[in-house]
Ligand binder design. Structure first.
Ligand SMILES: [Zn+2]
Ligand SMILES: [Zn+2]
Length: 505
């Protein structure tokens, strides 16, 4: 029988030119060239004469064999400039192993746990050893290989050669220039960011390439992120005295000029509600950049009275009296609402998701610290300040969380990053508690003083150098003599709990 010429194969099949594969539209997966005829017969119950137009169509197209496409690993890598998600196939929420050099992808915690036992010879831990990522697979069955957004494959990519990095950096400069007038000073600030500053934004799992390549790419067409990056870079040079060609005065001006421009554009965008996914990627990245900038400036501005106590800012009723950095970090997902799914499938998926993972560890040591901190609440040096039962709950919560945070920070040791330090405590605090800090209530300020213990471990990072000290000295002016003595006692108490644990291990 003659083939049915009324059949239009494109109605059922989609040819993906980038990957040179055929995707079956109703089935939502790719079909190997050799299996097309069988697929049409078995899945779509087409008789031979009706299948012919499909096989003819496929025969005219350049197609890749699955082996060319998938490589040999357990998961595959999209090319760095590959589009994700690939249209026509579903996005699945999956997991990525964070062990250095691994990057294994799978879809369930159970599978990830067995991967850890088999490959890394220990049982991994949810928050530290893997992260949520969006996944896709071209094929099903034997040829099932997951892949994720190329920007998220960072842990697995080998170090790119310097030549390659140079080329990418030039491409980023060109992209910026095509969107805005970039003068020579801005160019050198961008170059400094691309070479050095981006490392400061990375998390413990080596996502530096995300900050070096993907984020600047997004910034090309995003005014506030561009200025935010330049402000941070200027501040970085200033704080680390890399400055040679540009003098300090000029750098200070640059940092504050770019910061102001960034903030104005950022506020305008969130007031007007973001209207594109790209703007939302920009918002998520900017919150990180801005937080670092805020940290690096805290307590440095001697001309103004301290209106803020790091967590709370008495002059910002518009932000619920939260410090702007904390407000944006806490409300990031609301700021991009409507685009949350798009972000979850985009290059910054892991950044957005990382804020939602708790990293607390409850054990004997943390409960010892909790006992120390909770006893503070009833200490007689706070007798002059009554708290209602309802508020008491927020205090108990804050003190217990702080105990877990101190414990977790101690076990992370030198691996602790700024993002951990934020997730551990400030992010979990109730608004009631932050309002108590804003009113400078002694117990709340006291607990903040204990949090400085964690900030102290960040002192080696340029953006947090001296932060713990300046916050502590501001706090000390808010406490009376008896409370300051108690602070010393508590600090000693916590130190001795840690010392015992070191002695035991
Ligand atoms: Zn099909
Ligand atoms: Zn692994």
């Amino acid at each position: 029988m003659e083939p049915d010429i009324r059949i239009q194969p494109q109605k059922l099949l989609h040819y993906n030119e980038t990957h040179q594969i055929i995707i079956c539209k109703p089935c939502q997966y790719a079909i190997q060239p050799a299996a097309l005829d069988r697929h049409m017969k078995e899945i779509h119950a087409l008789h031979r004469h009706r299948r012919q137009p499909y096989t003819d169509y496929a025969a005219r197209l350049p197609l890749k064999e699955p082996s060319e496409l998938l490589g040999t690993g357990s998961s595959m890598l999209l090319p760095e400039d590959g589009d994700f998600p690939v249209p026509g196939i579903p996005v699945i929420s999956g997991l990525q192993c964070l062990n250095v050099g691994c990057g294994h992808l799978c879809v369930s915690v159970k599978r990830m746990q067995s991967h850890w036992k088999a490959e890394h010879k220990k049982s991994g831990c949810a928050a530290l050893d893997w992260q949520s990522v969006p996944l896709q697979t071209f094929f099903r069955g034997n040829l099932l290989r997951y892949f994720t957004h190329p920007a998220l494959s960072v842990v697995k990519l080998p170090d790119t050669s310097t030549e390659n990095v140079d080329r990418q950096m030039n491409a980023i400069q060109d992209a910026w220039s095509s969107h805005a007038a970039i003068n020579q000073t801005d160019k050198s600030l961008l170059a400094h960011y691309l070479r050095f500053t981006h490392f400061s934004l990375a998390n413990r799992h080596g996502n530096a390439r995300l900050w070096q390549i993907s984020v600047p790419r997004i910034a090309a067409s995003n005014c506030f992120l561009r200025h935010g990056i330049l402000a941070l870079s200027a501040q970085h040079i200033l704080n680390t005295e890399h400055a040679q060609s540009i003098d300090n005065q000029q750098l200070t001006e640059m940092a504050s000029k770019h910061h102001d421009k960034a903030m104005r554009a950022f506020k305008a965008t969130i007031d007007a509600k973001p209207s594109s996914a790209l703007e939302c990627h920009g918002i998520i990245a900017f919150i990180h950049v801005y937080t670092l900038f805020y940290f690096s400036n805290y307590g440095k501005d001697t001309s103004s009275e301290f209106q803020d106590l790091f967590l709370a800012d008495a002059t910002r009723p518009d932000l619920g009296y939260l410090s702007p950095w904390l407000h944006y970090v806490r409300h990031g997902c609301h700021l991009v609402c409507g685009f949350w799914d798009t972000i979850g499938n985009g290059p910054l998926a892991s950044l957005a998701a990382s804020w939602e993972i708790p990293i607390m560890m409850e054990d004997e040591q943390s409960s010892q610290i909790a006992t120390v901190l909770l006893s503070v609440l009833d200490h007689n040096c706070f007798d002059g300040d009554q708290i209602s039962d309802q508020l008491r709950d927020s205090y108990v919560q804050a003190a217990s969380d702080l105990a877990l945070a101190l414990n977790a920070a101690q076990s992370l040791g030198s691996e602790l990053t700024i993002w951990d330090a934020i997730r551990l405590w400030p992010l979990t605090l109730s608004l009631e508690f932050v309002h108590e800090v804003k009113k400078e209530k002694p117990r709340s300020v006291f607990l903040l003083a204990c949090y400085c213990f964690i900030l102290e471990s960040l002192d080696d990072f340029w953006f947090a150098k001296g932060l713990s000290k300046s916050l502590s000295s501001i706090i000390c002016t808010k406490l009376n003599k008896c409370q300051r003595e108690l602070l010393q006692e508590v600090t000693d108490g916590i130190t001795s709990v840690f010392r015992q644990s070191i002695a035991k291990s």
